[in-house]
Design a protein around this ligand. Structure first.
Ligand SMILES: C[S@@+](CC[C@H](N)C(=O)[O-])C[C@H]1O[C@@H](n2cnc3c(N)ncnc32)[C@H](O)[C@@H]1O
Length: 252
């Protein structure tokens, strides 16, 4: 009975007041193998999505919000190097273990001296108003119980004309897409994860949190409510509609 209850409860999202702490513990557990899992899942679809997002980012001081192991920063800096441009960036994340991996991973990159690594909560950014030209958040916002506060902080630290770029699961606006998307994860992905044994509980928890990200139209409205002008052309579904990019611009 206990097993059944814990199995069912692992399909429910965490209550907002506990969410940050529960997910932080989850990232502490998976930090060492986060990059490997992320890359092997779905033929590195998440990596392709981040690469595509990097192409939308201007060459400007970049804040990699919820930057974790530094993956988005690697795509951003590699793209800048390919374009023969330089830009400084900061990997900013709540979890010290994820940042430790980032530290090791970025060590030997030729652009390492242009990247800072800093621990902190996205709800309170220790930066001056208008310090950044780009704020990027890849697969991070769904972890945060107070998205409004995070978007307001991002708005504050961006320069006028600065870009807010968000990458998340495409939870979909139509009921048909939502049903198919949720069905795929709940009936196929999660049971398959259970077969893996160790670590599957934590991974399920993280997927549930990601699937609870609002529908695109709702999140677009959240961006507008925070004061961003939404770039409709570049805000789009990618990777066969599996993920979604949202681009907001701080008004001049
Ligand atoms: C799924 S990982 C994404 C990491 C990275 N952006 C990537 O694409 O690989 C989510 C990250 O969000 C971070 N995070 C969660 N809540 C946060 C908060 N309130 N402030 C800053 N980082 C947070 C976690 O520590 C974790 O590293």
């Amino acid at each position: 009975m206990g097993n059944i209850i814990s199995w069912i409860s692992s399909y429910a999202d965490v209550a907002p007041q506990h969410k940050q702490q529960v997910l932080d513990e989850a990232y502490t557990q998976i930090a060492r193998w986060y990059d490997g899992k992320h890359k092997s899942a779905g033929f590195n679809a998440a990596g392709l999505a981040k690469q595509q997002l990097a192409e939308y980012l201007p060459s400007a001081h970049m804040l990699d919000l919820a930057g974790g192991t530094g993956d988005m920063t690697v795509y951003f800096q590699s793209r800048q190097a390919a374009l023969k441009r330089t830009a400084v960036s900061t990997v900013y994340d709540l979890n010290a273990h994820m940042l430790e991996i980032a530290q090791r991973r970025l060590e030997n990159k030729e652009w390492r001296d242009r990247v800072a690594i800093r621990q902190g909560n996205a709800e309170h950014l220790p930066y001056a108003d208008g310090e950044f030209g780009v704020c990027c958040c890849a697969f991070g916002l769904h972890n945060m119980p107070n998205r409004r506060k995070v978007l307001e902080e991002a708005m504050r630290v961006l320069k006028p004309g600065g870009v807010m770029a968000v990458l998340e699961m495409n939870t979909g606006d139509s009921w048909a897409w939502r049903a198919a998307y949720m069905g795929f994860h709940w009936l196929l992905v999660m049971p398959l994860l259970s077969l893996q044994g160790s670590g599957s509980e934590v991974q399920r928890r993280l997927i549930v949190s990601a699937l609870n990200f609002p529908a695109p139209s709702r999140f677009t409205q959240e961006l507008r409510d925070a004061g961003f002008v939404v770039d409709e052309q570049r805000s789009q579904s990618i990777c066969y509609r599996y993920y979604r990019i949202f681009i907001g611009v701080k008004p001049q």
